[in-house]
Write a protein that binds this ligand. Structure first.
Ligand SMILES: Nc1ncnc2c1ncn2[C@@H]1O[C@H](COP(=O)(O)OP(=O)(O)OP(=O)(O)O)[C@@H](O)[C@H]1O
Ligand SMILES: [Mg+2]
Length: 375
């Protein structure tokens, strides 16, 4: 079970999926246009996730982590909308797109839409793709575990029925076959007595068990990318450690990539190959885990790291919270949005222009004027 047929490794164009990243975001922008103003929840995010890679997306509350994730799967509810950019994913094979392919992947051209960049070979842009393509990707190729378990688990259906439905949406299995697979999955995510538990309603499970059931549902179609939004935030430390360990072992087993959203740098350190730091809708720093933790560049990343306990810290040592508050989304500071909280603020520069992203020879990226000269 859960084996991927050979045809799964082909893109719609016949290319080899294994050579493509599982996700590439280019200038992704998501806005909420409200009566009092516009909130740029995601403000031009570029990001690539390689096959089997784990990236952690970190940042304070409200910096756009969840909206980035929801935008990827086109799950932004009104009044939010994707206002620009591309979400490229490997094009799903023909056999997985349910409706006639006539219009699949074609751009929905509106009068005021600028000419968009061509998708890389073998990839399709989910921002402009038609519904059948989006549905072939959502849940099957890219699955998501939400921040609140009850947003993705229905309270009025048993977890078994929900997992069976998720499986049958994408796989041609009978109810009984899908149920067997669901039992196997529930066992795999560490739910004891899965043959009995499968008929439980979510409210009959503990928080940790619900989280496991949600992960089982997300894994039901063997996704290439699992987006896990704060999957352990509501759990006690022991259960949190078990769920993280579970994700790691499932990743080894299934070879999927993980985009782990967390405000907990300890969790990021434990799990990630690469870390992406977001502030007010933008990526301000991105680098390999070791490099970013050992040599954080952006003053925001440095402040975040000073705010968490470090291994070997002496008992009673003071932690240093990030100075100031995340600004109200309507009052985005000019220039670098972090300048009014920054210990390295350079008057006349930082509040004037938005710094460009600078990439060093090792691929470590930072968006800060302190590194412009160095470059
Ligand atoms: N329904 C909504 N209406 C208006 N603004 C919204 C809505 N949902 C999100 N936002 C705004 O979008 C921005 C990004 O929110 P998002 O949920 O992505 O933050 P986050 O980084 O996931 O935070 P947290 O760590 O608290 O989960 C915030 O400024 C928030 O106010
Ligand atoms: Mg969130």
């Amino acid at each position: 079970m859960l084996q991927t047929p050979t045809s799964d490794h082909q893109t719609a164009g016949g290319g080899d999926r294994d050579e493509l990243p599982v996700l590439r975001l280019a200038g992704l922008k998501t806005q909420f246009v409200l009566e009092d103003g516009v909130v740029d929840a995601v403000d031009g995010v570029d990001l690539e996730i390689g096959r089997g890679e784990t990236i952690a997306v970190v940042g304070e509350s409200g910096c756009g982590k969840s909206m980035t994730a929801r935008s990827i799967l086109r799950l932004v509810d009104r009044p939010g909308k994707i206002a620009g950019g591309q979400v490229w994913v490997p094009a799903p094979p023909d056999s997985e797109v349910r409706e006639p392919r006539r219009r699949r992947g074609l751009l929905r051209r509106k009068k005021d839409v600028p000419v968009l960049p061509d998708a890389p070979d073998g990839m399709v842009d989910l921002v402009t793709a038609e519904q059948p393509t989006i549905q072939a990707v959502r849940g099957k190729r890219i699955a998501m575990v939400f921040q609140e378990p009850m947003t993705s688990l229905s309270a009025v259906h048993t977890i078994g029925n929900q997992i069976v439905e998720a499986i049958r949406l994408h796989e041609p299995l009978t109810k009984e076959e899908a149920r067997q697979r669901a039992i196997e999955l529930l066992g795999r995510v560490g739910i004891p007595g899965p043959e009995k538990r499968i008929d439980s309603y979510p409210f009959e499970l503990s928080g940790g068990m619900r989280q496991r059931a949600m992960i089982a549902m997300a894994l039901s179609c063997d996704p290439e990318l699992l987006i896990a939004d704060e999957p352990t935030t509501a759990l006690d430390v022991t259960t949190q450690a078990q769920i993280l360990e579970l994700l790691k072992s499932l990743q080894r087993e299934f070879g999927m990539a993980i985009m782990l959203i967390t405000h907990d740098l300890g969790v990021a350190a434990q799990m990630a190959d690469r870390v992406v730091v977001m502030y007010l809708g933008k990526v301000v720093e991105c680098g390999e885990l070791r490099s970013l933790f050992a040599h954080p560049k952006h003053p925001y990343t440095r402040a975040l790291l000073r705010s968490v306990p470090a291994l070997g810290m002496r008992r009673g040592a003071r932690l240093d919270p990030v100075r100031g508050m995340v600004p109200h989304p309507y009052d985005r500071p000019t220039g670098c949005a972090f300048h009014d909280r920054c210990d390295y603020f350079i008057p006349g520069r930082c509040e004037v222009a938005e710094p460009p992203m600078i990439t060093d020879d090792d691929g470590h990226q930072v968006r800060c004027v302190l590194f412009e000269e160095e470059n």
